[in-house]
Design a protein around this ligand. Structure first.
Ligand code: HEM
Length: 223
């Protein structure tokens, strides 16, 4: 009997890891948008909240964990894509939706492209905010509000963020169903509900960040 290719044997573990790390990153984004909407409450509340968060001694281990999760997610998805390409070196002549019950869609076929865009976005984003200028408020805490307003007063940054937020939305939109499939969850009752929640969360997260970006730009335009 012919033996199964090695890539097929390891692909289940890989998919589980991709699904699990993707789910953790999704949870991070829910917390991240939750914290960032504080910007609407003004500089004192926003800076006070971020100072409370950043001065927590658990922040360093959490950040290290986040980086590890990112690296595993990226490494495993790229390896999985290359493996799939090797297994099917000739591309399909036409790419189109496979129709129900398959969840193949424009987003699913572009996961690797949207993922790589997000990698570029995160490098630029973390450099801009985390490692950006260390402005201080009169009370001696980091003035992230000023940094955010300054960055979003630049139309090129705003356009880059708006495109990236649409890419985040697309990635999360499909990511939820992709993770469910990878984790083997297929319940008649729960699958549609989880899928719907994933899609609603994708729209709320991307939409929330878009509103913040446009609002911050409009604040800059007013001064
Ligand atoms: C309008 C959109 C966004 C705004 C205004 C925003 C704002 C911020 C700010 C102010 C920080 C600095 C916090 C610190 O000093 O640690 C930060 C960090 C970060 N952001 Fe965002 N963010 C946005 C979207 C995103 C998105 C879409 C992602 C992921 C896809 C993301 C991932 C991260 C990561 C990984 C960090 C570093 C966290 C850490 O090391 O503590 N952000 N963001």
């Amino acid at each position: 009997m012919p033996s199964r290719p090695r890539s097929l044997d390891s692909s289940i573990g890989t998919k589980l890891l991709v699904g699990f790390t993707g789910f953790l990153l999704f949870l991070y984004l829910i917390l991240h948008i939750g914290g960032n909407v504080m910007v609407f409450l003004g500089p004192d509340t926003f800076n006070g909240y971020s100072d409370l968060l950043l001065s927590n001694p658990l922040i360093i281990p959490i950040e290290i964990g986040l980086v590890m999760i990112f690296l595993v997610h990226i490494y495993k998805t790229v390896a999985m894509t290359l493996d799939n390409r090797r297994a099917r070196p000739v591309k399909y002549a036409r790419k189109k939706s496979a129709g129900a019950p398959s969840r193949k869609s424009v987003a699913s076929s572009t996961m690797i492209v949207s993922g790589l865009w997000l990698l570029l976005f995160i490098v630029i984003h973390v450099r801009t905010f985390k490692f950006g200028p260390e402005y201080e408020t009169a009370s001696g805490v980091r003035d992230l509000y000023r940094l955010e307003m300054e960055n979003f007063s630049d139309p090129i940054t705003v356009v880059f963020y708006l495109i990236s937020m649409l890419v985040v939305g697309s990635h999360l939109w499909h990511g939820a169903s992709s993770a469910l499939q990878s984790l083997g969850i297929d319940s008649q009752t729960w699958t549609p509900r989880i899928l719907l929640s994933g899609k609603v969360a994708a729209v709320l997260i991307a939409g929330g960040f878009i509103v913040i970006t446009v609002w911050a730009f409009s604040q800059g335009a007013r001064t």
